[in-house]
Design a binder for this molecule. Structure first.
Ligand SMILES: C=C(O[C@@H]1C=C(C(=O)O)C=C[C@H]1O)C(=O)O
Length: 417
């Protein structure tokens, strides 16, 4: 990380799918509705140490500082000047600050598309050179063959017991809500081609943010924060039903979602906590009065977009640090929920439910919450799914909900089409 980076962005006359540019090794990506950025190679990697405190934010400060130095000393020739052009870093942070694994990667080659304009960014150690990764051969995507599934940390019964314990603790008044997650493991015969997963996820979940950052892969509906100049946007999601098999069943389930006191309560917790967190950093915070319905292939959610203006001098990663963990993946109150998660889940979440996204040198970026995701380690995959538990939660219903959330990565891994 000693050399000053030399960064060049040029417009690209290319209308191919962004994924068609990507070689197999360690692809990075953030995609939605056919736009976004894909990248590969590694000009710099910033690994962030675990912290002692359950609410620690040193890793985000340290990330902002180290990226600031790297980007601040870069020589940049940017002929496109859009959010995502010039130098970018992809990042994936652990859910719990006490876990190791938080990482930022500055790629060698980036191909991006925004409002129909496509660009190519190269990041080198010397001006005038080209990264050799630019010439990386793009082989056809390989299907994932023969997966062997095995149980995760807790069996279904053990996890339902954990949910029942959480409900008891909520009824005792210790906290209002906690999100409990579980994992599942899959083993392939050969290293998993992540591009194949990304292709399936972008096809099946076009409204979600499909991401791939240092092995963490998924399609999240949950935008933590998007920043473009001084404008920030977030999307609160809480309250879930499966999709119906028929149109009328689908409509009935949506109706149930809007009229359920439990779901509205859960949703309200999430909005209140977001608003309280944004207040010291932003002005003109605007939330809709009633949630909208967000329909995905597997589930439907109550969703509330939030818009605000961020204060000058506030770093994007500072906003990310303040927002994480939202009530949607932690609970309320946050610290009690984090402690209960560590006590009941029996596992380290790693980067599941942590912030994942990208940032450019001007602070523009998009950060989501890494749910509907899996950690891909060569031929192995560890999938995650979690559910919000409140006083009225039933263990069996929550188990079924976790199954529908597992479907996102399960189907991406097993789809042969
Ligand atoms: C935690 C997850 O999802 C979260 C929990 C939800 C719920 O309990 O209703 C809804 C959306 C997400 O905020 C997950 O998918 O793993």
């Amino acid at each position: 990380m000693s050399a000053n980076l030399s960064v060049r962005t040029v417009a690209l006359a290319d209308e191919r799918d962004l994924l068609d540019h990507v070689p197999e090794t360690a692809p990075l990506g953030w995609l939605r509705h056919g736009e976004g950025i894909v990248a590969w190679g590694e000009a710099a990697r910033v690994e962030l140490a675990p912290e002692d405190a359950v609410r620690g934010a040193v890793r985000f400060d340290s990330a902002a500082h180290r990226l600031g130095r790297l980007f601040g000393s870069a020589e940049v020739d940017d002929a496109v000047e859009l959010p995502g052009t010039g130098p970018v870093a992809f990042g994936s942070f652990t859910f719990d600050p006490r876990s190791s694994g938080s990482v930022l990667v500055v790629p060698r080659v980036v191909v991006g598309r925004r409002q129909g304009r496509t660009w190519l960014t190269t990041i080198c150690d010397r001006p005038g050179s080209h990264p050799q990764e630019l010439l990386a051969r793009v082989t056809p995507w390989r299907p994932v063959e023969e997966l062997r599934w095995s149980a995760g940390t807790l069996s279904s019964d053990e996890w339902q017991t954990a949910v029942a314990r959480a409900v008891a603790r909520i009824k005792d008044g210790e906290l209002d809500k906690v999100v409990l997650a579980r994992d599942a493991l899959a083993q392939a015969r050969e290293p998993i081609d992540v591009r194949r997963l990304l292709a399936r996820l972008t096809r099946d979940y076009p409204d979600c943010y499909t991401f791939s950052v240092a092995g963490m892969v998924g399609a999240t509906p949950e935008l933590l924060v998007r920043r473009e100049g001084e404008h920030v946007t977030a999307l609160v999601l809480a309250g879930t039903r499966p999709r119906g098999r028929t149109e009328s069943e689908d409509a009935r389930l949506a109706e149930e979602l809007f009229s359920s006191a439990k779901e509205s309560e859960e949703h309200r917790y999430a909005i209140e906590s977001l608003r309280a967190t944004l207040s010291p950093l932003c002005s003109a915070i605007d939330t809709a009065e009633h949630p909208e319905l967000l329909r995905l292939a597997n589930v439907q959610h109550l969703a509330s977009p939030v818009r605000a203006t961020v204060g000058s001098g506030v770093a994007t990663l500072e906003v990310v640090a303040a927002l994480h963990p939202t009530a949607a993946v932690g609970g309320t109150p946050t610290t009690a929920a984090m402690e209960l998660i560590a006590e009941l889940e029996g596992m380290d979440r790693g980067r599941y439910a942590g912030p994942v996204g990208w940032i450019d040198a001007r602070g523009n970026g998009e950060w989501g919450i890494a749910i509907r995701s899996a950690e891909i380690m060569g031929a192995r995959a560890r999938l995650f799914a979690g559910c919000g538990i409140v006083a009225g939660s039933e263990p069996a219903t929550e188990l079924a909900e976790a199954e529908t959330k597992f479907r996102v990565m399960r189907e991406a891994l097993t789809d042969r089409g």
